[in-house]
Write a new protein. Sequence first.
Length: 516
Amino acid sequence: MQLLLATFAFLLLNFASGETVWPLPKQISLSGAPYPVSRALSIKTSSKSNVLEHGITRYLKYITYHLLSNNEQDFKAKSDGELELVVVNVTNDNETLGMQTSYKYSLSFNSSNMIQIDANSPFGALYGLETLSQLIEYGALVSRNIDIKDEPSFIHRGLMLDTGRRLFPIELLYNILDAMSFVKLNVFHFHLSDLCRFSVESKMYPDLRNNEQEIYSQDDVKNLVAYARDRGIRVVPEVEAAGHANGLMGLYNKTKGVKFCNSSGFLELFNDPQGVTLTTMRGILSEMMSLFPDELFHLGLDETFNDQNCTSDNVRSLETALLEYVALNKTTVAWEEAFSITASALNSTIVQAWKSESVKTIIDKKHRAINSLSSHFYLNYAQSVTPETLWTDISSGLSPQEVELLLGGEMAMWTDYYCYISECCYRHNTKPQAWWMYDPTHDAQFTQSVSGLIWPRAVVGAGSFWNYDPDLKPETADFVLRYDAMNRRLQERGILTCPVGCKCDYLTKCGKPYPQ
């Protein structure tokens, strides 16, 4: 009993100091003792935004969870009042979600029984509500005097999921979107084609399915985009070209098809003189652009090889033509090879650094950049990518003027190790460690496995993209307290995550193997 009371006192002390709010706010001032919250708490707004209305409903549910603690009476006995009302003010009800969206908000409380949240947009207001929910523990606000002014350091705070190899069950995608909203990530990079499949239904090219048992219907995609938008998350699709083209095999030798050339054991798109490949790819891209409303469209353009008919000139000509086509309606994004290897990137193309090319080199050439360096942000590296690597200043080495061209950062969860055979390529005879989870009959095991690899580690990357603080060190008790507290919140809200105190990898959770 004494140990339990001591533990409670320790946690209460830390919650009362506001030390578990995550991501770190830009400015936060807390003082005074905890202040009780009424079980009849209401959240009011004059905004007509449906996004905000839905958000208020969600956050009242999350907050109510913390008002059921038996300890709240202890606070009431020592207080002359309780928090009864939260007022949310929004400057502009515009629900358009894009690169110019403001997520800025402020939150203030001075013992007047009312909290005020001010935001420029409904999406900033959602983030204010998230922060409020984290300030309530044991039936009370952590402090009776609160002043927070907060906004992200970067406009692009992303997570990429590779569904072009192993398909993520749709329910899992919803779960991940919920978690992203809790840690203020705002871009879901939907990698929808790769070596194993084209994961989204095409009504123009139904053969793209290529006998795959599972793909996302267009209705699935529309519902997913709407769900993400309701949580302030943009969905940016990626259709791979010219490399990683095995997922387009369903269109091989079809009337409305594509041509391939062989490159180092993998298929690449061939820019044939008759224009068959280019015509078909324009059709696919047009259909996908209409399905995804975001202003960004990712074309991949990574890991192509100069081999046989796949000459550098052939690859470059196709990539440039596709970039120019997409750029008529969208802003193009590509991996670093389009900048450093094939040089197909347009001046307007956003370049995503992942391997060899530094963000500074990209920015020196006046390209906008996204930092996704694999050594820091590839969550599929179960052992080497840790909270220590994820907690980093993505703008390190850049001048203030150069930082303006850095849009932000992005983590990635590639599913190579879940392929039924290495890279889904029959030229290989090796199987990755989690190969047996590729089949949809093992969706439950895959869901647990991949979720345990993403969360809670992605919590740290989200914090780096929002507001990196060099004074907070991952090896300190302060950092661990925040990390574990956020992970507990995720668990309380139904997020699939590796539990506090556990180790999770591809095949095990808390030391127990997933059943085959």
